[in-house]
Structure formats: structure tokens, C-alpha cells
Design a binder for this molecule. Structure first.
Ligand SMILES: CC(C)(COP(=O)(O)OP(=O)(O)OC[C@H]1O[C@@H](n2cnc3c(N)ncnc32)[C@H](O)[C@@H]1OP(=O)(O)O)[C@@H](O)C(=O)NCCC(=O)NCCS
Length: 280
């Protein structure tokens, strides 16, 4: 496992180092200009750049800004990227932990970001490894996006919330607490709100006041999208319907469960009423 160091960007040269990484990850169309990043970093935001000991080029970065949501200050994380050769290395978590430390020092308790709900790797990372949850769905949030990960489909997003001061979050990050397997959930008889029927999304079911529900997504959405754009759109619309139904009936997605055969599904539970604790 390589050693990493995270450097906090305070000047324009450091912010400019993220540009090739942004291009490589999303393509040139969605680059955040380094001048804007620097302005954000000077006003409570955070730009962290990750390096591995044996490589002078940045291996990844995270970028976020201070915001207000629901009458409370929180940090909005706009971008996280790790260069291909450093994926699976632990750098992505190290970057999120550096961002968390920055926010805890400011007295901020929640970091939030948007995520394409069909990206299984990101779901595993955000829900399984970081301990985040979601209760909000946005249709076509960014409109049509021309970059390589998003082009060709409505840019639906879930709004992911990460309670950085919670005990459960610390345990998740230390690996002391982990998600059950999808097989365990199925053995317990948890019903699917949406389940794959071979490659296709099945019909969206009813929540029926269940204590737990599952929403399945494809194993590799980018690969499926490249192979069969119509099927990718069918998944976009079915997951949209399932999440909207679940959230509309008061559920939150609090885990992403994986099967030994590579299947993956979000686990939904009824969310606490306003004024009570966030899901834990
Ligand atoms: C998102 C990103 C930063 C995560 O970094 P990473 O190094 O890939 O993350 P990790 O390897 O620590 O965690 C990913 C997890 O998903 C798992 N995973 C990978 N592909 C998967 C798939 N198809 N289905 C389910 N899980 C998958 C990995 O095995 C790993 O879990 P594990 O550690 O339990 O084995 C990186 O993949 C990236 O730069 N992606 C492109 C940009 C992006 O999507 N950014 C986020 C939105 S702004």
C-alpha cells in the first residue's frame, strides 16, 4: 500500500495542478478554473492534493466550498478524483479525511455532495466506506453534460450527506463497522423496490411500509452505457422512479450492499422525522 501525503492548496500554482487531473477525469468541458478554486480556498473552502511518495505528479484531489443548507453551515464537496493508477489505493479516503479534518476545525458537522446514483463504485465508496446517506433526489440536476462520464443521459443526482462528527462515521472510516452483504439482506427477506431482471430494470414496486427496502443498480454503468445507451436510459428512468417513490414515502438510503457475484443495491430505511437524529 503506497504512502500518501495530502497538501492543502493555498496558491494559484497549486490550484492549477488540479486542471490536468480534472481534464483526465471528466474532460475539458467541466473544468473549474484555478482562479475560482483559489478564491474559494481563501474563503473557507478546501482544495487538497494527494501525492504518492514515488510520483511528483498529483495522484488525486478534492475540492469543496463552504455553504448553507437548511439554515445550517455545511461544506459542499464539488469534486473528488483519483488518477486511474491510484484507484483502490486508499488515497480517495485519505483525501476525504483531510477534507473532514478541515471542516471539523471550522465547526462544520456535515459535508455534502451530489452523486450519480447509478455509479456502483462511487456508491460503495460513499455509503460503504465513508458512511454517508441520502434522502434527496434531483432530476437532471446539471442539465445535459458533455463530459465523458455524463454525456448522453439526464444528469440525475442524489444529494449525499456525510455526518463527519458521528460515531458511526468514525467507525466506518476505521473499518470497525461494515455493511452487511446483499445475500444477508436477501436471506432476511428484505424486499426490492427495484430489482434487475437479468440486465434490465424490473418494474418498480410499492414501499408498503416495509422496515427496509432495496434498490438494485447495474454493476458497471459506464460499461453498460457504452454498450447499450437505450438500456442505460431505462435504468436512469427506473432508478429515478424508485428513489423518488422511496424518498417520497419517507425513506433514506443509508447503505450500499454488494453481493459476492458483483450485484449491488442501496438499502433504504424509514428516515427519522424532523428534529430527530439523522439515520445511523
Ligand atoms: C470516486 C473515486 C475518487 C474513488 O476512488 P477509488 O480509489 O476508486 O475508491 P476506493 O477504491 O477506495 O473505493 C471504491 C470501492 O468501490 C469498489 N468498487 C469498484 N468498482 C465497483 C463496482 N463496479 N461495483 C461495486 N463496487 C465497486 C472498490 O472495490 C472499492 O471498495 P473496497 O475497498 O471495499 O474493495 C475514483 O474512482 C474516481 O476518481 N472516479 C472518477 C471521478 C468521480 O466519479 N468522482 C466522484 C464524483 S465527483
Amino acid at each position: 500500500m503506497p504512502e500518501f501525503r495530502i497538501e492543502v492548496a493555498h496558491d494559484i500554482a497549486a490550484c492549477a495542478l488540479t486542471v490536468p487531473l480534472q481534464r483526465e477525469t471528466w474532460s475539458g468541458d467541466v473544468v473549474v478554473p484555478p482562479q475560482l478554486m483559489l478564491a474559494v480556498a481563501h474563503n473557507g473552502g478546501f482544495v487538497g492534493i494527494g501525492y504518492s511518495a514515488e510520483d511528483p505528479r498529483p495522484a488525486g484531489f478534492v475540492f469543496g466550498f463552504l455553504g448553507i443548507y437548511d439554515y445550517h453551515f455545511r461544506h459542499h464537496s464539488h469534486m473528488l478524483a483519483v488518477r486511474d493508477e491510484y484507484r483502490g489505493s486508499g488515497l480517495a479516503q485519505a483525501l476525504k479525511e483531510a477534507q473532514r479534518d478541515h471542516c471539523l476545525d471550522q465547526g462544520i458537522e456535515v459535508i455534502a455532495w451530489t452523486m450519480d446514483p447509478l455509479e456502483a463504485r462511487n456508491a460503495r465508496f460513499n455509503f460503504g466506506k465513508l458512511g454517508a446517506f441520502t434522502r434527496t433526489y434531483h432530476r437532471d440536476f446539471y442539465g445535459a453534460m458533455p463530459d465523458k462520464l455524463n454525456q448522453g443521459l439526464p444528469s440525475d443526482r442524489i444529494y449525499v450527506e456525510w455526518p463527519i462528527g458521528h460515531d458511526r462515521t468514525y467507525k466506518r472510516l476505521r473499518g470497525e463497522d461494515s455493511a452487511p452483504s446483499l445475500e444477508d439482506a436477501e436471506r432476511e427477506g428484505i424486499a426490492y423496490l427495484l430489482r434487475a431482471d437479468r440486465e434490465r430494470p424490473g418494474a418498480v414496486g410499492q414501499a408498503a411500509a416495509a422496515s427496509h427496502l432495496l434498490i438494485e443498480i447495474p454493476r458497471s454503468f459506464q460499461e453498460l452505457k457504452a454498450r447499450d445507451p437505450k438500456l442505460a436510459l431505462a435504468w436512469r428512468l427506473s432508478t429515478r422512479e424508485a428513489f423518488e417513490r422511496g424518498f417520497g414515502e419517507g425513506y433514506a438510503a443509508v447503505e450500499f450492499l454488494r453481493g459476492a457475484d458483483g450485484r449491488g443495491a442501496y438499502l433504504l430505511v424509514p428516515q427519522p422525522r424532523r428534529g430527530q437524529e439523522e439515520p445511523s
